[in-house]
Write a protein that binds this ligand. Structure first.
Ligand code: ANZ
Length: 852
């Protein structure tokens, strides 16, 4: 029996894999391929914590398993290395982001290598490497040529604290997702990508993807398709048309006023003198709010009357036109027909400003979800004291040839729509909530946008031979207070004579957002050294699509949507052959850990914590700390680095524990003490495998355990039930250890099952048992079914309630089978004298035979 020296074993095998390039992947059309991808990390200064490692361990298990199954596996790793933190660090310390980024990448690489992940390191890439972003810029030029990249002066989300604009996807409740700083609206000239041109395809093609349903739903909602109708209303004095977008043509007769967004282009021309001052103050105020704040249902509604009226399309009665910030400028047509009888927001607004309310639906009993008695509810709806937003039967909706009274919502919608189309008073339209993607940033540490501006306003996109466009060296990485990019300060870089046209030009000073590089990195992995093309088409044809992509759920509407968009553009350009990049996507669950906070909010180092009767204190202090389970992070002092765990228990034990904590896609709480349990399991495994009881000859008993293990673990891995697989391995060891001998054949089987989880120890055992080459490609033994025959169990057999035998019979058999086996037993049979009237059967436990 040998001593389990995890440090020595792990170093040895990491060196072996590395030197022999065991995980190098090449195109091999004779083998089926398997492309398995992790979301590559942003290499932050803090290094990896054990939470990051969960996903990477899961994919490594599958990568190793699929190799053993005979697949040609591509499993690459790289760095998403452009981004704000490196730049902010540069601002504070005057260190070039290049330097900090390199240092951080070195740390990450070292950490990942020490975990024994089976990456093909020859494919490593970094998005901030000019050899990489040359092609990111090239893809931008393709988007530009296709008319999918344009410039516009728009009201953007500007974050003064971060000194940059942000995409809608990067703003949450009026604050930047990164850092949580206030975001305001500012007019700025910006580059925009026309993702909306792909809205329908981005929506439709979701159906084909094997992604978690909740994630697809998030994308569907973000794209937000609405089928409705555009109805032009006429302003009474100027005869100008105000078009509204509604999904509820059925409620047309309940429309008692119009509401325009404060930014609507007609507001100024239709606001009458008396209301001008009030209106312009209101418009200013609305600009400072985010769309999200404005759209909030709970927010108190505010608005200003324009002094003008529109004509109702059916009755031609005049209805007032208001301006309110709950109407968003860039959705639909920026104007709504208000139906206070059926729409909560309109109702609240009408109540506040004393506007007419017309209920158009009489509630029917099944539509009301209120604790109030139905009759009372109906009375209040009809008395305009409550807003009824659900279906019912239509009322108050008959005027001349327009009549939808008595109909339900579905029928009324159709009939009203037909009327509008027939009278040419409406047009069917589809709207998407998805907005075009704001693509420029006022940052230093990003890909410069490869565009030249000429004096006459023309633009030229750089040709491939002019790429990569590398940013200039600057002394000051800060954007100017007016929101100008830091690149604009490098005057000689910005203004120069274009050698191709010999004209004086200005370079674009904005850079791309951090999402650009990650939009296509999975394609560069296919052919990362290629200096002539972004990727080789044959390699793309062989490897794509990504068969399994694993990452966090926070990217549902950012990275995962942007990458799908670029991929579709590349598909249209015939540069890739699949419509979608990621065939299967799975989320890894968040790893949380306990953090400790003082009353004032400062976090305390867990190493300085003392526990007394369930309460936590800082050493030498009597103040009880607030302790809670939180997401791991450096600032909360609760992040655990893999390095210390590896030092103490080894990478194999860490990997095993990461997977044993709980189901792969569920949230789990880290507990360092529990790692030792996994370590002990490995030690036991190792001791068995290297003990004197290991023998050449196999026994039936051992083979049964071995094949059962292979059967169960392969099934668990394919279902990504890694924690269950480990439990099965533990059960196996508990049974196996009691055998008289340990047949080498079965120990090898077990090592092969352990290998994806704990590869170093598995290689060591494999070698110890005389194998000459790596376990990584050793074929998984085919399960011999005869060893899987179900086990037996003891049945209590009664005749007329009296115990007549205890029989050892096969498990999980049907009643009839057990009955016939029991009848064959002499001890039972002699008591069955008359005909059997009935049987009482408890599976795997009891059979009571009732006879005459
Ligand atoms: C009349 C109406 C009656 C509406 C009713 C709703 C309920 P979805 O389904 O999300 O697309 N709307 C249209 N443009 C808007 C804008 N720029 N800002 C805020 N709201 C806007 O929503 C479509 C509905 O949202 C439209 O249908 C319109 O209000 C409102 F009982 O028209 B509805």
């Amino acid at each position: 029996m040998s001593f389990y020296d995890h440090k020595k074993i792990e170093k040895k095998w990491q060196k072996y894999w590395d030197l022999k390039k065991i995980f190098k992947a090449e195109v091999d059309t004779k083998k089926p391929k398997y492309y398995i991808l992790d979301m590559f990390p942003y290499p932050s200064g803090a290094g990896l914590h054990v939470g990051h490692v969960t996903g990477y361990t899961g994919t490594d298990i599958l990568a190793r398993y699929m190799r053993a199954k005979g697949y040609n596996v591509l499993h690459p790793m790289g760095w998403d290395s452009f981004g704000l933190p490196a730049e902010q660090y540069a601002i504070r310390t005057q260190t070039h982001p290049k330097i900090t980024t390199k240092k951080n990448i070195d740390t990450y690489r070292k950490q990942l290598r020490s975990l024994g992940f089976s990456y093909d390191w020859d494919r490593e890439l970094a998005t901030s490497d000019p050899k990489y972003y040359k092609w990111t810029q090239w893809i931008f030029t393709k988007l530009y040529e296709k008319g999918l990249a344009y410039e516009a002066e728009i009201h953007v989300n500007y974050c003064p604290q971060l000194g940059t604009v942000l995409a809608n996807e990067e703003v949450e409740e009026g604050k930047s997702k990164e850092g949580g700083f206030a975001v305001e609206k500012r007019p700025l000239r910006q580059w925009i990508l026309k993702i909306t041109a792909y809205a329908e395809r981005l929506l439709q093609d979701l159906d084909e993807l094997d992604w978690p349903e909740h994630l697809k739903k998030l994308q569907r909602n973000w794209i937000g398709k609405s089928v409705g109708v555009k109805i032009p209303f006429t302003e009474k004095n100027t005869q100008k048309q105000i078009s509204v977008f509604t999904t509820r043509a059925d409620t047309l007769m309940g429309c008692t006023y119009l509401v325009l967004a404060p930014e609507h282009p007609l507001v100024d021309s239709i606001t009458t003198k008396n209301y001008e001052e009030k209106m312009s103050a209101y418009q200013k105020q609305a600009l400072s709010k985010s769309d999200l704040q404005r759209g909030e249902l709970a927010k108190e509604k505010t608005g200003v009357f324009t002094g003008s009226y529109a004509l109702h399309p059916v009755t031609e009665e005049k209805i007032p036109i208001w301006v309110a910030d709950y109407v968003l400028a860039d959705y639909g047509s920026g104007a709504v027909m208000a139906v206070p009888g059926n729409d909560e927001r309109d109702f609240e607004f009408a109540k506040k400003y004393d506007l007419t309310i017309v209920p158009t639906y009489e509630p029917v009993l099944k539509t009301t979800h209120t604790k109030m008695p139905f009759e009372e509810y109906k009375k209040q709806v009809l008395a305009k004291e409550l807003c009824h937003t659900q279906d019912g039967l239509m009322i108050n909706s008959h005027f001349e040839d327009f009549n939808v009274n008595g109909l339900n919502k579905k029928d009324a919608k159709k009939k009203a729509m037909d009327w509008l189309l027939k009278h040419k008073k409406g047009e069917q339209t589809v709207h998407y909530k998805l907005r075009d993607w704001l693509f420029s940033r006022q940052r230093y540490w990003g890909e410069p946008i490869p565009i030249l501006h000429f004096k006459d306003g023309k633009k030229r996109c750089l040709d491939l031979d002019e790429l990569p466009l590398v940013p200039p060296e600057v002394e000051d990485y800060k954007p100017s207070p007016e929101g100008q990019s830091p690149l604009s300060k490098a005057k000689e870089w910005i203004e120069f004579i274009d050698p191709k046209t010999h004209e004086k030009v200005k370079r674009e000073a904005n850079t791309m957002p951090q999402w650009a590089g990650s939009c296509w990195y999975y394609l560069r992995f296919l052919d990362p050294q290629n200096s002539k093309e972004a990727w080789n088409f044959a390699a793309e044809k062989y490897w794509m699509p990504v068969d399994l992509y694993v990452g966090g759920s926070e990217h549902a509407v950012l990275h995962l949507l942007y990458a799908r968009f670029w991929h579709k553009v590349l598909y249209d350009l015939k540069l890739v052959h699949t419509k979608e990049p990621f065939a299967i996507y799975r989320n890894q669950g968040l790893v949380t850990s306990r953090s400790y906070k003082k009353k004032g909010g400062a976090y305390v180092d867990p190493d300085h914590i003392v526990e007394k009767e369930g309460a936590y204190f800082e050493q030498n202090s009597k103040d009880v700390l607030i302790s809670q389970i939180e997401k791991m992070s450096k600032s909360k002092l609760n992040g655990i680095t893999p390095d210390t765990i590896i030092e103490e228990f080894g990478a194999d034990a860490l990997r095993l524990y990461e997977m044993f904590m709980g189901p792969f896609d569920k949230e789990k709480v880290w507990n360092t003490d529990a790692v030792s349990g996994c370590y002990r399991f490995l030690k036991r495994f190792y001791e068995i495998a290297t003990s004197d009881k290991v023998k050449k000859e196999s026994t039936e008993e051992a083979l049964k355990l071995g094949y059962k293990l292979v059967h169960l673990v392969t099934h668990d891995i394919e279902k990504m039930q890694f924690n269950v697989a480990i439990a099965h391995m533990m059960e196996f060891i508990n049974d196996f250890i009691n055998l008289d001998t340990y047949p080498a054949e079965v120990v090898k089987m077990a090592a092969q099952m352990l290998h994806p989880f704990a590869p170093h120890i598995a290689e060591e055992i494999w070698e110890h048992l005389g194998e000459k080459s790596t376990i990584s490609y050793a074929e998984i033994p085919k399960v011999d079914e005869k060893y899987l025959v179900e086990d037996t169990c003891i049945y209590v057999v009664q005749v007329n309630g009296k115990l007549r035998g205890r029989l050892s019979l096969p498990k999980n058999k049907e009643k009839e089978e057990i009955l016939s086996l029991a009848e064959e037993d002499e001890g039972v049979n002699k008591h069955i004298k008359g005909a059997i009237i009935k049987t009482i059967f408890v599976p795997n436990k009891l059979l009571n035979i009732v006879v005459k």
